[in-house]
Design a protein around this ligand. Sequence first.
Ligand code: ADP
Length: 434
Amino acid sequence: DAPTNGKECTRFDLEKETELRFEVEAGEAAEQVELELLTGLAEVFGSELNRNKKYVFGPGSKIAVFTWQGCSVNLHGKPEVAYVSKDTPMLLYLNTHAALEQMRKQAERENERGPRVMVVGPTDVGKSTVCRMLLNYAVRVGRRPTLVELDVGQSGVSVPGTVSALCIERPADVEEGFSVQAPLVYHFGSTTPGTNIKLYNKLTSCLAEMFSQRCEVNRKASVGGCIINTCGWVKGSGYQALVHCASTFQVDVVLVLDHERLYNELKRDLPHFVRVVLLPKSGGVVERSKECRRDTRDEKIREYFYGFRGVSYYPFSFEVRFSDVRIYKIGAPSIPDSCLPLGMSQDDTQLKLVPVTPGRDLTYHVLSVSSVEDGDEGARKSIVEIPVCGFIVVTYVDTQTQLTQEGLERLPPSRSIQNSANRGKMVIKTQIYR
Ligand code: ADP
């Protein structure tokens, strides 16, 4: 255990089909941990490690270094915990990939579409990690699968409160995850689907429609299929949302992680041709506290505006007049059925666009920017159904001089949100998709 660069260094010799699990202490003051592959072959969640390269993991990271053939690695720094496990479900996960790959080969031969896979289970069973591995294995054999992210609480693609789709063209970076170049993002606006389940289901359908359209024109995307990551809410409306997702995406395979009841319910409720598979969770998956989840969400928003690791963005603020923007909220408060106008249902109120008058309470809110031209009723309706082009955060609202400030970064001036009801300005910060 000779120290290098002043950091403590521990060597681990891993036998084949074992994994080294380690966690980096959380908190800003925590020290990073560096991982280096010395001999053999190893991967982190399906991404291969290069030999003699130091991979840096920041506070709060929870990592597994798996080896199929055996390897030696060094850890520099002081992980909160580090141990080797021989008991992993990796062989089952690899077999799952092999079965999906067979389906892709068949799709290729028979001019059909590739597998659409939904990964479900309660929170902290490793759903996102399984998605990442399956996507990595697929892209490593030359496929172009699509990641569909429906976890509005912990999105791996965009800011919290969004659902999205991302075409995967290369394996995830070991430190940074998948490259988020041109995701398709819809703004849901809450970290739990229950806030507006109608809207959540609507956006799921929009994503499915967009994905199907892409598959029609792009054979590789069609054969590659998709891997859908879902929320950990598996009861009541949460369960119904999973059934809805399976139906709207016409999924072929459902992978249920560590939840027998959910497995049986889905087997009962989904059409017989959908293969529902129960998989164990990895013993390495770490439960995250409420605080930890909140911190991850804050970090995701910070990343969006200020960049990540090597890439720094410098958001600048500018003023927008109230008269130059139109701001909407999706979903009106529900009213009793008896009070609804004739011919209108509760569904309509949950998807209704409600104009928002800018006020102080808008300060520090994250808003999304729509590319829809504001005009007639029809255009307004489609605001819900069209992906957003980026996000802004309102940093200051001045109702006195009617000056609202939002922080805007790289926002084309023509694409501002609008509300003509008031004359005033706000300062916004923004960032359009990188
Ligand atoms: P879910 O999507 O079900 O909420 P995640 O896939 O996000 O769960 O996993 C939770 C945490 O556990 C993540 O921080 C992930 O890095 C970590 N993790 C997953 N698998 C392992 C493993 N085999 N060893 C160590 N940590 C793991």
